[in-house]
Design a protein around this ligand. Structure first.
Ligand code: SF4
Ligand code: SF4
Length: 338
């Protein structure tokens, strides 16, 4: 098997960064997320490949938090596109866990299938390679196994790393994976390595039948109780590896300007407000229900898999202790004719 010694990890990241923008999990000051390897400052930043999940997921690499789309020029009532910014520069997400890989595969479903293609997302994904990091020891808030994620064999990864103590077993899974492997071929060794023992999930979650049951629970009183503590801060959606809602805005200086998109959140009142002033999800409960129905029911109906990948981030960040696992439990226990 191919093995990348941990002693050669920095050399490998340097080499990969010669031709790619490489995003790695890092603690950078107060922030933890995926940052470019070139921004890594020795002695100040910390590489977090051993952490199960950094605070921010790697979705920023394929769906940036803000993304310039077009520059525009107006002449009278006419507005013309001056330039389109579809960005296919080569990027690598290095060390993504299975839950985060599944988040990107879910966004592929949304932005690239069912007869609709988002050209901006398509360009970024075309240049993007995913090097996943298999999980052998789930954390206290992990439940990806219940949400159709295989943390040992993440579907959609181009390379899978397996931590074997003093090195990473390097498993190529696709042509894109072959291409990045060729860049560091001289750093990989052919040798045997012992893989870690697979530890059980601490959190037990049973999602079976939840999507189906939710079909008849839109008006169920449980949403009043469950949504009561939610302050609609949107933190859960920003850290989520599979939340992809965005808003498009225009910035103009006189007759020139540009359009850009930025992450938005279904938890915000403005998100669903219509031009005429009406809002189908004006109440906090309605937005809360939308988030959980989208994660657990609607996406499964449309794409055959839940939109929650079981990463546990929203459980950790929620300031009012709302826990998607407890919501799954509450749905399982609810009486339908209550
Ligand atoms: S993080 Fe918690 S309080 Fe904030 S919007 Fe999400 S569920 Fe509501
Ligand atoms: S809903 Fe929560 S647990 Fe599920 S993928 Fe998003 S952040 Fe992770």
């Amino acid at each position: 098997m191919k093995v990348l010694s941990k002693a050669k990890l920095e050399a490998a990241l340097n080499k990969l960064s010669d031709r790619n923008e490489v995003f790695v999990p890092m603690q950078k000051g107060q922030q933890s997320g995926y940052f470019t390897w070139k921004s890594f400052e020795n002695g100040q930043d910390e590489l977090m490949l051993d952490a199960l999940n950094v605070y921010q997921s790697p979705k920023n690499a394929v769906l940036p938090q803000t993304e310039k789309m077009y520059s525009i020029k107006s002449q009278g009532v006419e507005v013309n596109i001056d330039q389109t910014y579809e960005d296919a520069h080569p990027t690598i997400i290095f060390g993504a866990r299975g839950c985060d890989v599944k988040g990107i595969i879910a966004m592929d479903d949304v932005f690239l299938t069912r007869g609709y293609e988002d050209s901006f997302y398509k360009a970024r994904r075309s240049g993007n390679t995913i090097i996943a990091n298999a999980c052998y020891e789930p954390g206290a808030n992990c439940f990806c196994n219940a949400m159709e994620v295989n943390s040992l064999e993440p579907v959609g990864a181009d390379v899978i790393l397996r931590d074997a103590g003093d090195g990473y077993v390097w498993e190529v899974k696709s042509d894109k994976g072959e291409a990045v492997t060729a860049l560091i071929a001289d750093l990989l060794e052919e040798k045997e390595a012992k893989l870690p023992e697979v530890k059980p999930f601490i959190q037990k979650v049973d999602y079976s039948g939840v999507a189906e049951k939710l079909k008849s629970m839109f008006d169920h009183p449980l949403w009043d109780k469950l949504s009561q503590p939610c302050i609609n801060c949107g933190m859960c959606t920003y850290v989520c590896p599979s939340c992809y809602c965005f808003d498009i805005q225009v910035k103009m200086w006189g007759e020139e300007g540009y359009r850009f998109r930025a992450w938005d959140s279904c938890m915000f009142e403005e998100y669903s407000r219509e031009a005429g002033g009406g809002n189908p999800r004006g109440a906090s409960k309605e937005r809360f229900r939308q988030r959980f129905l989208h994660k657990l029911e609607f996406f499964k109906e449309r794409y055959g898999t839940p939109l929650c990948t079981g990463c546990g981030r929203c459980i950790i960040v929620c300031p009012t202790d709302i826990n998607i696992v407890r919501i799954i439990d509450a749905v399982k226990e609810a009486e339908i004719n209550a």
